[in-house]
Design a protein around this ligand. Structure first.
Ligand SMILES: CCCCCC/C=C/C(=O)SCCNC(=O)CCNC(=O)[C@H](O)C(C)(C)COP(=O)(O)OP(=O)(O)OC[C@H]1O[C@@H](n2cnc3c(N)ncnc32)[C@H](O)[C@@H]1OP(=O)(O)O
Length: 382
């Protein structure tokens, strides 16, 4: 795509000075920015050039006023879309944003950074048990209780629901779920069952089942590609949810363990339906009934994992790959993901409801309570 910056100098001059306190960019600054832009050594990339084009047009002509180009006139259409997307942004604001963007490009170049003007990582506030950040069109949701092997307590379930909801609507192209530290996650925090008074058991089970249902639903309904980056051992619900992710990358250090019968519980995360589809009934039975723990290589051979990477280069290789994926057309990816999911969505919600119903009963069973007590008495560990 070619955007000649000479366009900038052809535009007739508009107001010379801004008048209010917020409008700090003079026409002179704006013209200086246009000149500085020509001095850039590296191409800032199409996305940035489109932004510059749109801001320039808005600053000099106001809101988009030309007819929409035909669908097949790709370059004109992209330029028109970019300009049109600025809506009623005032000319003064557009001039300011243009000048700031040029200034950021110049400083990045002089700091020797790459010149794609991609935004740096931005951290989302309001979370305590997870870290949520966006960079390079990727929203990353990271389990962050490394000292508890990233066990998922009630707060973390709720925060992940919220983070997925927000990631589904933000500007990112894909979302990633991963763990901080040695573990991906050790699954449900068994403290979720601790300190419950006998007369509150029913309520604990009912509330737990509702929370679980909402949590799993937020994976079923997630509208963009969702990628699991399994950095280490994964247990319980974190394994079953992999069936609802679109891609699963694993370090060769990762293991995959669903010890439900050992814990007196039963499968969730739609695994009772998806695991037999993914790996075949015989293998799913070994995992879901008989607690078979898989290595990353086995999980790959059984179809649960998309690709395994050596731990030493895992982060580098995976994030490079994801960065490239996240530069693909966002809407195309989203509609394609939704198309694939739509065939199964109703079924998945029905499976989720059923699994939660069964688990609600399991949590009140002696088998489950004995397993929890054993864990806390340090008699059993996986
Ligand atoms: C709304 C409810 C929805 C429920 C959905 C149903 C979900 C089901 C599941 O996910 S089933 C899986 C449950 N997970 C487990 O049973 C794992 C239990 N943990 C272990 O067996 C071990 O901790 C280990 C194998 C993960 C790691 O062992 P090790 O390397 O020896 O480390 P530590 O045990 O010393 O762990 C450090 C510290 O973390 C605590 N911890 C780790 N995982 C959990 C956990 N899942 N629940 C509670 N606590 C956990 C561990 O107790 C240690 O704490 P301490 O230092 O002793 O205070």
């Amino acid at each position: 795509m070619e955007f000649r910056q000479t366009q900038a100098v052809c535009i007739p001059a508009v107001h010379l000075h801004m008048t209010t306190a917020t409008m700090q960019v003079s026409q002179k600054d704006f013209e200086k920015a246009q000149e500085q832009l020509k001095l850039l050594k590296k191409d800032p990339g199409n996305e940035t050039k489109l932004k510059l084009y749109a801001l320039f047009k808005q600053a000099t002509e106001g809101p988009c006023n030309s007819p929409k180009p035909g669908m097949l006139d790709f370059v004109k259409k992209a330029k028109w879309d970019a300009w049109n997307s600025l809506g009623n942004l005032s000319q003064d604001n557009a001039r300011q944003k243009y000048t700031e963007l040029v200034s950021s490009l110049i400083s990045a170049e002089s700091a020797g950074q790459t010149k794609d003007a991609s935004p740096k990582e931005s951290r989302h506030g309001g979370y305590e048990t997870i870290i949520v950040s966006t960079e390079n069109n990727i929203t990353k949701i990271m389990f962050n209780r490394p000292e508890r092997k990233n066990a998922i307590n009630h707060q973390m379930y709720r925060e992940i629901i919220k983070a997925l909801h927000e990631a589904g609507k933000d500007d990112s192209t894909i979302a990633v779920i991963t763990g901080n530290g040695e573990y991906y996650t050790s699954g449900n925090d068994l403290n979720n069952f601790a300190n419950v008074k006998p007369n509150e058991m029913e309520k604990m089970a009912k509330d737990g089942a509702e929370l679980l249902k909402e949590f799993v639903s937020s994976f079923i309904d997630f509208p963009k590609p969702l990628i699991a980056v399994v950095n280490g051992p994964a247990i319980g619900i974190s394994v079953t949810l992999l069936g609802l992710c679109d891609i699963v990358y694993a370090s060769d250090r990762a293991t995959f363990h669903t010890p439900f019968s050992q814990l007196g519980q039963s499968p969730e995360g739609c695994s009772s339906y998806l695991f037999p589809k993914i790996m075949g009934l015989a293998k799913a039975n070994e995992m879901l009934l008989f607690n078979k723990k898989l290595t990353a290589a086995q999980a790959y051979a059984w179809g649960l994992v998309t690709e395994v990477f050596p731990d030493g280069t895992f982060q580098k290789e995976v994030w490079e790959r994801l960065k490239a994926y996240a530069s693909l057309p966002k809407n195309s990816l989203a509609v394609s993901k939704q198309l694939l999911r739509s065939m199964e969505k109703e079924k998945l919600h029905a499976v989720n409801s059923k699994e939660c119903e069964v688990l609600k009963e399991r949590w009140l069973s002696d088998e489950c309570l004995n397993a929890i007590v054993s864990f806390f008495q340090r008699k059993s560990k996986l």
